[in-house]
Design a protein around this ligand. Structure first.
Ligand code: 1GP
Length: 238
């Protein structure tokens, strides 16, 4: 599964709890993005997840579910991304929900389709920060230390810098990038057009674009080419 996500430079994240018209969905799926990630912090249900998956399946691109609620663990995705929030004192977001999922679903879990994401949540005003009790007062060094826990101690396939809803501090992203050697570095948060997309793309392996799809789909579409045309800076040169 690590191989499947390796080429992903640009990903659109769609929220099952939000409305998206057929024309907009088509534009997003045919935009040249590398994959669709389905997920959201609140209001995600089995029904709205099934409905969104079946609409996305009209198009030929990988579709992954970011599992944030046991009730919405829907079969049929290409890949399941399992967040572990590293910067919270609430262990239910690191191990607790995961333990319950294993107890409940046991042998039904398609382990070969799972990838763990080491989440570092950095926007204190976001729903995900409120939900998980994340400590968003981290310095750049603190964020980079968590990233190294994911990369070097836990050997996680993905480190996800999550600024959901606001564009992140690129100095922090740069420090994290410099320290992450093996994990694939995802960035998400507040990208509203090409310029922000390029800044994130220079420093990260994969750029995730969410909210702007629902506010201004044309702007969202511009981020695809922006990311794809931006070369990554070699971490050794940072
Ligand atoms: C949210 O990281 C994603 O989980 C993308 O963030 O919605 O702010 O683009 P935005």
């Amino acid at each position: 599964m690590r191989q499947m996500i390796k080429p992903w430079r640009h990903v659109f994240k769609l929220d099952p709890d939000r409305e998206l018209g057929d024309r907009e969905l088509a534009a997003v799926c045919l935009s040249g993005t590398d994959a669709i990630l389905v997920g959201g912090s609140t209001g995600v249900t089995y029904e709205n997840t099934v409905s969104l998956l079946s609409r996305i399946r009209q198009y030929d691109l990988p579709c992954a579910l970011e599992v944030s609620d046991l009730e919405a663990a829907v079969p049929g995705f290409d890949l399941y991304m399992i967040p572990m929030v590293l910067n919270t004192a609430d262990t239910s977001w690191i191990l607790g929900h995961h333990r319950r999922a294993i107890e409940r679903f046991g042998s039904l879990i398609p382990w070969e389709l799972l990838l763990t994401e080491g989440y570092i949540v950095l926007n204190g005003d976001s729903s995900v920060a409120r939900l998980t009790g994340a400590d968003c007062s981290l310095s750049a060094d603190g964020a980079a230390a968590y990233a190294q826990i994911a990369d070097k101690l836990m050997n996680l396939p993905v480190v996800y810098l999550e600024y959901s809803g606001c564009f992140g501090d690129m100095e922090t992203v740069r420090e994290v990038r410099a320290m992450v050697e093996h994990s694939q570095l995802f960035y998400g948060g507040g990208i509203t057009g090409g310029e922000e997309a390029m800044q994130a793309a220079a420093l990260c392996d994969t750029v995730v674009v969410g909210n702007i799809i629902y506010r201004d789909v044309e702007q969202a579409l511009l981020t695809v080419q922006a990311v794809k045309s931006t070369p990554q800076i070699d971490r050794k040169n940072l």
